[in-house]
Design a protein around this ligand. Structure first.
Ligand code: HEM
Length: 200
């Protein structure tokens, strides 16, 4: 099994070699990763960072951006996860074939994010904040990354103030509190990925 919704299905063909399984899986998730790169290039100010810092932020933050973007794959009303093929699998089925605590944490994250009812523009600004807030270890020009982050956070807050009336301040706070949650999901997910690489 390969229980990641970025795959086409959680089942793998037992006749395939682990290299073939990875190749097929890569074909499934690569378009989504490319879109993150294209999205980053469109964040005003991102391309003005040093090329190395752009790469560092993308390496550290791509999973977190994808997590936000694909949170809607987790349907908590129906207790299902939609894989990239479009096919849906129940949480119970995914648990029975090996998914664990991480799946549960991602479901909770997605449900709470959906409850904030962000529109496309707010979602896009939040995603930009997520990317420039990625792990800073190895960043060369911290001041520029922080200045860009501040600018994006202000833009997000202004956007929320326009659309969410009395709830705007709480929504803003809740979104900022999602950043450490995303970091923790990223760390847990990296461990799953590594152990899968070791024992496919
Ligand atoms: C698990 C790879 C992105 C959700 C895994 C596993 C791998 C993997 C190898 C372990 C599979 C297993 O042991 O059966 C990747 C790669 C990604 C990616 C290379 C980069 C594009 C994502 C994203 C999400 C996600 C964006 C969420 C939207 C999950 C879930 C699991 C998982 C729910 C199972 C967790 C559990 O066992 O509790 N991923 N993944 N992955 N991934 Fe991903």
């Amino acid at each position: 099994h390969l229980v990641c919704p970025m795959n086409m299905s959680p089942y793998v063909d037992p006749h395939k070699t682990s290299q073939e399984i990875w190749e097929e899986f890569s074909m499934s998730f690569t378009p989504a990763v490319r879109e993150v790169v294209e999205f980053a290039k469109r964040i005003p100010g991102f391309r003005e960072l040093t090329e190395r810092d752009q790469v560092s932020l993308l390496k550290a933050g791509t999973f977190e951006v994808l997590m936000v973007r694909f949170a809607s794959l987790f349907n908590m009303a129906e207790r299902t996860v939609t894989f990239l093929s479009g096919k849906r699998y129940s949480l119970d089925l995914l648990r029975s074939i090996g998914a664990g605590e991480l799946l549960t944490s991602m479901c909770e994250f997605s449900e709470k994010l959906a409850a904030l009812r962000l529109d496309a523009e707010e979602m896009s600004l939040f995603t930009a904040v997520v990317l420039v807030s990625a792990d800073r270890s190895g960043i060369q020009d911290l001041n520029s990354v922080e200045a860009l982050q501040d600018k994006l956070i202000r833009a997000l807050r202004n956007q929320l103030m326009q659309n969410h009336g009395a709830e705007a301040a709480t929504t803003f706070t809740k979104l900022l509190l999602k950043l450490p949650e995303l970091r923790s999901l990223n760390n847990m997910h990296s461990e799953e990925l590594l152990s899968f690489k070791v024992h496919p």
